[in-house]
Ligand binder design. Structure first.
Ligand SMILES: [Mn+2]
Length: 202
């Protein structure tokens, strides 16, 4: 039996942003990201590349106020797309983990496609949340994006910053570690038959 295509398109419009996002969970890491927030483009491009998903993002938002709304809303749309594309979750590995360095930064991520939204996020150095990466992307948004993805995709996500000094490195290593853990969790395991849960549902 052939698997249905694991793809999704989310179009989400509020008074604060307009998002058009497409996701293919069985891609090759090809992305075309135009979030209007350059460092976020960099993070989402890294996510697609290392999760082996194809991702396109077009966004327009009220970044003249702050990048917050647009960054969060893309996270929500990405979470919704992940949930939709995962479908019944039949045949997935379900769990994934990764330990990813970027020079001095080191980040561990663990993903469970559990159907239960949960985020445990620790270890960013003091003051990280206040740093403006690239002059426009607030460090605090990293956790906010993981919250948006975990809650809207119904994933259990643990991200632990083991070490790091440069905010760009830390943020990028967080996204790469999450990507690698997610890549493993969403992969189809030929040894798995049906939904990998003793409950019979995820
Ligand atoms: Mn970089």
């Amino acid at each position: 039996m052939s698997q249905p295509q694991r793809i999704a398109r989310i179009q989400r419009e509020t008074s604060e942003s307009r998002i058009d996002l497409t996701l293919n969970l069985d891609g090759t890491g090809v992305s075309d990201i135009q979030s209007t927030v350059p460092f976020y483009d960099h993070l989402l491009t890294a996510f697609a590349k290392h999760a082996l998903v194809d991702l396109t993002v077009r966004a327009q938002g009220d970044i003249e106020i702050d990048v917050h709304h647009t960054v969060e809303d893309i996270g929500i749309a990405l979470g919704q797309a992940i949930k939709q594309a995962l479908g019944t979750k039949e045949g997935i590995s379900r769990f994934g983990d990764a330990l990813v360095p970027l020079d001095e930064a080191l980040v561990q991520a663990v993903v469970d496609i559990s159907g239960r939204p949960y985020l445990v996020h620790t270890g960013e150095p003091a003051g990280f949340e206040f740093h403006l990466i690239g002059g426009h992307f607030t460090g605090s948004m990293v956790r906010h994006v993981f919250e948006a993805i975990a809650f809207n995709a119904a994933l259990t996500v643990h991200v632990t910053v083991v070490g790091g000094r440069d905010p760009h490195h830390i943020a990028e290593a967080e996204f790469k570690a999450f990507a690698r853990a997610f890549r493993q969790a969403k992969s189809l395991d030929p040894l798995v038959s049906g939904i990998p849960s003793t409950k019979g549902a995820l």
